[in-house]
Unconditional design. Structure first.
Length: 124
């Protein structure tokens, strides 16, 4: 493996871990996570349904990114999710500031993947 491939794998593993931990931990301690949902999303369905549905989305995105197969769109989705969590929880910024770092990492993956998946023309 070349250094670029190793760096890409390390980013994918790190992002996948960050996306997998909350839904897995929510199975044990759901009350620790439900508070991060903005008020306008709560009450539409039961809090547990909302939490676990979002968790399923996180798991799918994490596994897709971890797979390395066409990860542009799940990387964009993960970036948007992480930024949304920070934007809708400004009072928790002391904890969520790390989500900006993770969002930057997954955005870098999206840009790197875009270059390989969508760019037309001569290879460089």
């Amino acid at each position: 493996m070349n250094p670029e491939s190793i760096a890409n794998l390390a980013l994918r593993i790190g992002v996948a871990f960050a996306l997998l931990f909350p839904p897995l931990n929510a199975l044990v301690d759901p009350l620790a996570w439900i508070g991060y949902f903005p008020p306008f999303t709560r009450g539409i369905v039961a809090d547990e349904v909302l939490l676990y549905a979002f968790g399923i989305v996180e798991v799918v995105i994490a596994l897709w990114i971890l797979s390395g197969w066409r990860i542009f769109w799940p990387s964009v989705a993960a970036t948007a999710m992480l930024l949304g969590i920070v934007v809708f929880n400004p009072t928790n910024f002391q904890v969520l500031f790390r989500d900006l770092t993770i969002a930057a990492s997954v955005f870098a993956l999206a840009l790197h993947t875009w270059r390989h998946e969508f760019r037309r023309g001569p290879a460089s």
